[in-house]
Design a protein around this ligand. Structure first.
Ligand code: NAD
Ligand code: G6P
Ligand code: MN
Length: 443
């Protein structure tokens, strides 16, 4: 079997060790000849790089391993770039979550004003790594899950329309794993129909390969427990705030009982509830939970491996739910025609939605990338919500391109999460101040 060369962009990410462990666990399906980590933060990269170098020497010495902050070294001779960068890192995520609170609006990584602010920062970083990839390995594919994926995907559509960038999210996969446990099946035994935007969608069908429909059974369960399951199905979405989110799916379902909702819809359908909840601990948001949890855990582990000079008995957890990234790489490399939910240009997949909207739908993935599967017409309620949100995402990208204060103000005003143009303006001025040089200067 062919062996692949992979670079992980955002090599200093809290998710990097879990992804590397997942890659090692899948070498029989997706063999590696070279694995590189690339980050633009030297110190952060060095800790995970040194630890993983020790671990790889012990567990897979045949793989060439390099970590670097030099784009040429990172992007030369690579087949796939797995990208998960966070422009501004956790310091800025914390601001995305806390600045809106001053204005009576919840703050979140990818939704509402926090997501809009993060989008404005991410575009620059994304364009930078796409351009490096194309300069040094023109045939390379980027499998991108850097957030906010909806805005990043729209920016790619507008600014890098011919680039081989595939935008993906783990929420459809993560939730399907919960559904599979609810109905007592394996996730790979289930096939879904789904429509929406990233972090903004609904399942319209969940069937096994024989064609049995589980929608009613799952709906009954979710209407009582949300997506909270008996046994944890992944290592990622388990902290108290995530448990709360899984549970809240019950109330989202109540609004549109015909379809099963993505958990992120809570930010659009229950923004007041999220805000009240956050107000109880305005100094301790998800960013703090991650900094004191996952980030601390991962970097402490890495330091221990370096100190011991060995990963034996220390190791890292496998990010097992991230195997969909290998499924995607395999789909392209081996033309497997795997069915996967991806973020793609609509072009009729949702019949009554604009062609040029970036939507999230099931696709068949092969050597040329994703072929979206048609999902038909969607109901007025979902259509209206989605059209409002996709217009926000488009306005952010237009604001970035045109450096337009006006469009950014409109984007915030239009967001269902912001109560008025007045609040939107005050928020925007605050976000401009807090984001400094991470944002283009708006006029
Ligand atoms: P993190 O801050 O720990 O890691 C991000 C890394 O990216 C940092 O080491 C940072 O230095 C680096 N970076 C920033 N800008 C860069 C640039 N221009 N070039 C190279 N490296 C750069 O963040 P995290 O919590 O581990 O998350 C990483 C990313 O993955 C985030 O964007 C997060 O939202 C995303 N994510 C997405 C999904 C999904 O469903 N799509 C799932 C999980 C995580
Ligand atoms: C889910 C979403 C990602 C998001 C992540 C946040 O996996 O699909 O897009 O980045 O949750 O998780 P965190 O643990 O960092 O809050
Ligand atoms: Mn996501």
């Amino acid at each position: 079997m062919k062996k692949f060369s992979v670079v992980i962009a955002g090599g200093g990410s809290t998710f990097t060790p879990g992804i590397v462990m997942m890659l090692l666990d899948n070498l029989d399906r997706f063999p590696l000849r070279t694995l590189k980590l690339y980050d633009n933060d030297k110190d952060r990269q060095k800790i995970l790089g040194d630890a993983l170098e020790i671990l790889l020497k012990e567990q897979a010495p045949e793989i060439e391993f390099i970590y670097t902050t030099d784009p040429k070294t990172a992007f030369t001779d690579v087949d796939f770039c797995m990208a998960h960068i966070r422009v501004g890192k956790y310091a800025m995520r914390e601001k995305d979550e806390k600045v809106p609170l001053r204005h009576g609006v919840f703050g979140q990584e990818t939704c509402g004003p926090g997501g809009i602010a993060y989008g404005m920062r991410s575009i620059t970083g994304m364009l930078e790594i796409i351009d490096y990839m194309e300069q040094y390995s023109p045939n390379c594919w980027m499998l991108n899950y850097s957030n906010p994926a909806a805005i990043v995907a729209e920016a790619c559509r507008v600014l890098r329309p011919n680039s081989k960038v595939l935008n993906i999210c783990d929420m459809p996969v993560g939730t399907l794993r919960r559904m599979s446990q609810i109905v007592g099946k394996k996730p790979e035994e289930l096939e879904v129909r789904y429509f929406g935007l990233n972090h903004f969608g609904w399942w319209t069908s969940v069937k096994d390969k024989e064609g049995h429909e589980y929608l009613d059974q799952i709906r009954d369960y979710v209407s009582e427990h949300g997506y909270l399951t008996q046994i944890e199905v992944d290592t990622q979405h388990t902290d108290p705030s995530w448990q709360e989110t899984h549970k809240k799916a019950k109330d989202i379902l109540a609004v549109t009982p015909e379809y099963l909702p993505n958990t992120y819809l809570k930010y659009y359908l229950y923004p007041d509830y999220v805000f009240e909840h956050m107000k109880e601990h305005p100094e301790y948001t998800r960013a703090n939970e991650v900094m004191q949890g996952r980030e601390k855990h991962v970097f402490d582990h890495a330091r221990k491996i370096i100190e011991n000079g060995s990963a034996e008995g220390i190791g890292f957890d496998i990010d097992s739910h991230a195997t969909f990234i290998v499924d995607l790489a395999r789909a392209i490399a081996f033309n497997t025609h795997e069915r996967m939910v991806m973020i793609v240009e609509n072009n009729g997949a949702i019949a009554n939605f604009p062609d040029n909207a970036m939507v999230e739908v099931p696709c068949i993935v092969g050597v040329d990338g994703p072929e979206p599967l048609t999902q038909g017409n969607i109901p007025a309620f979902q259509h209206a919500l989605m059209f409002q949100q996709v217009t926000v995402e488009k306005l952010v990208v237009e604001a970035y391109v045109e450096k337009s204060y006006q469009k950014m103000w409109q984007a915030l005003t239009l967001s269902k999460t912001v109560p008025s143009a007045q609040v939107a303006k005050e928020l925007l001025d605050d976000l401009i101040e807090e984001n400094g040089d991470f944002w283009p200067e708006l006029h």
